[in-house]
Design a protein around this ligand. Structure first.
Ligand SMILES: [Zn+2]
Length: 396
C-alpha cells in the first residue's frame, strides 16, 4: 500500500515547503515575554510588537482551540468570533504554536517564553538520553528530575521576582505536577474544579496586584476533539461552553487589564482507514532499524539502532516522503523547526529521523500506543490547522 503511493509520487516533500513556526515574532513563546516586558520585568523583550502594554494581563489558554477551527464555528463561539475582528477594543490574530504542536511542548513555550530547542520538551514522548527510554512529557513518566530537564526560569518566576503579582488558576490536579513546576510555576497556584470558578478567581487574582500576570486554563475542548472529533456535537458543545467562559472572564476584568485568549495547538480529524492511519507496528519496512518510536501520530521522533540512522531516514523518506516532511535531526534543527537554537542537552532528545505530517495522515502504533492510535482528532505537525492558534484580546 505505502509502496504503491510512493511509486505514484516519487518526489518527497521539500523541507523548506514546511510552514515554520514564527519563533521570535509571533509564536506562543513570544507572548509572555512581550506582556511581562510591557510591565517592566527586566531581561525580557516585547517581540509581538503590535501588543500594547497593560499593567494587568490574564492569559486564558484553551487546550486545542485552533485558529482555523474557531473561524469555522462562528455560531458556536459568537463572543470569541467578535474578538477576531477586534471589535471590542482589541485585536485578533493568529500565533504559531511551535513544533511540535502538542500540549507539553506548547505549555512549556508559553510559560518559559522559550522555543522548544531551549526549554527541551520537544515532543509528546522523547528519548531520555540518560536512560535510553522514552519519556512522556505530558504525564512526566517515567519520573525524571524536573529541574535538570528544564532549567530555565519561567516568565511567572521572573515577573514574581520583579514584584508583579503572578498566579495560575487551573485544575487542582495540576497543582504539584512536574510539568507545572518546569513550565508554569511562579507566584501562586490556585486549583479550582469548574471553568466558572477559574474565570471568577482569575479575575480576582488580576485585581490583586497593581501589576499582575495571571494564567488560566481549560482542557476539555481538546479531550472532546480527540475522542469524538471536530465534527461532533460534543466538540461543538465544548466550544460553546468555552465561549461563555471567555465572556464571563472578559466581563469581570478590573481596570487597566488585557485578557488574551489563546491555545496550545489546533487539531485535524483523521479518517479510520489504512490509507490515513499507517500502522508502524504492522509495517516491517518502517520499523526496520528503529529502536524507539517517539512523538505522536503527526509528529514522530524516530530513534534508530546504532548505525542505522541513515538507512531509517532513506526508508522513511521513500515510504512516507510525499505525505510527511521527513528530516534527519540535523536537517530539522538547521531548518529551525525547534527554534533558532537547540541546546546541547536537548539535542539527543530529538529523533534521528523526524517526520511531520503534511497530509491528513497518522503514523499510529496499534500495539505500543493502543489508546493514542484510536483518537479521532489529532495534532502535532506544522499545518495551519494544527499550528495556528488564536491571540484574541479584550481590554478594560
Ligand atoms: Zn491534545
Amino acid at each position: 500500500m505505502t509502496q504503491l503511493s510512493a511509486w505514484d509520487h516519487p518526489e518527497p516533500l521539500a523541507l523548506d515547503s514546511a510552514p515554520l513556526p514564527e519563533y521570535g515574532t509571533g509564536s506562543l513563546a513570544d507572548l509572555l515575554p512581550t506582556v511581562a516586558a510591557g510591565m517592566g520585568v527586566p531581561g525580557l523583550t516585547a517581540t509581538i510588537t503590535e501588543l500594547t502594554p497593560a499593567d494587568r494581563v490574564c492569559v486564558f489558554l484553551v487546550d486545542g482551540l485552533g485558529w482555523e477551527q474557531l473561524r469555522d464555528h462562528p455560531d458556536e463561539a459568537p463572543f470569541l468570533t467578535s474578538l477576531l475582528a477586534g471589535s471590542r477594543g482589541g485585536t485578533g490574530r493568529p500565533l504559531t504554536a511551535g513544533y511540535p504542536a502538542t500540549t507539553a511542548t506548547s505549555l512549556a513555550s508559553v510559560g518559559t517564553g522559550l522555543p522548544p530547542g531551549l526549554h527541551g520538551l520537544p515532543g509528546y514522548t522523547v528519548r531520555n538520553p540518560a536512560t535510553g527510554e522514552l519519556m512522556n512529557q505530558l504525564r512526566w513518566q517515567p519520573y525524571t528530575e524536573p529541574r535538570p530537564w528544564q532549567p530555565y526560569p519561567t516568565v511567572f518566576q521572573l515577573a514574581h521576582e520583579a514584584g508583579v503579582h503572578a498566579a495560575q488558576v487551573s485544575s487542582p490536579v495540576f497543582a504539584q505536577t512536574p510539568l507545572t513546576k518546569v513550565a508554569l510555576s511562579g507566584g501562586s497556584f490556585h486549583g479550582r474544579l469548574t471553568g466558572e470558578e477559574r474565570m471568577d478567581l482569575a479575575a480576582r487574582q488580576l485585581a490583586a496586584g497593581d501589576r499582575s500576570l495571571v494564567y488560566t486554563y481549560y482542557a476539555e475542548l481538546d479531550g472532546a476533539g480527540h475522542r469524538y472529533g471536530l465534527a461532533s456535537d460534543t466538540w461543538r458543545g465544548q466550544l460553546m461552553y468555552v465561549d461563555r467562559l471567555a465572556q464571563r472572564l472578559a466581563e469581570q476584568l478590573p481596570p487597566r487589564s488585557a485578557l488574551y485568549v489563546t491555545a496550545d495547538h489546533g487539531m485535524v480529524d483523521i479518517p479510520f482507514d489504512e490509507e490515513h492511519r499507517i500502522d508502524f507496528d504492522a509495517d516491517w519496512e518502517l520499523s526496520a532499524g528503529v529502536a524507539l518510536l517517539g512523538g505522536e501520530g503527526r509528529a514522530r521522533h524516530v530513534y534508530a539502532v546504532p548505525g542505522a540512522a541513515n538507512d531509517v531516514l532513506t526508508c522513511w523518506r521513500e515510504v512516507l516522503g510525499e505525505q510527511f516532511w521527513v528530516a534527519s535531526r540535523d536537517e530539522a534543527i538547521a531548518a529551525g523547526w525547534f527554534g533558532p537554537h537547540v541546546d546541547e542537552r536537548v539535542y539527543a532528545r530529538l529523533g534521528d529521523v523526524i517526520a511531520a505530517a503534511h497530509d491528513d495522515v497518522l503514523i499510529i502504533a496499534s500495539e505500543r500506543e493502543p489508546k493514542e492510535s484510536a483518537l479521532v482528532g489529532n495534532h502535532g505537525s506544522m499545518t495551519p490547522a494544527e499550528q495556528l492558534v488564536p491571540l484574541l484580546e479584550v481590554r478594560s
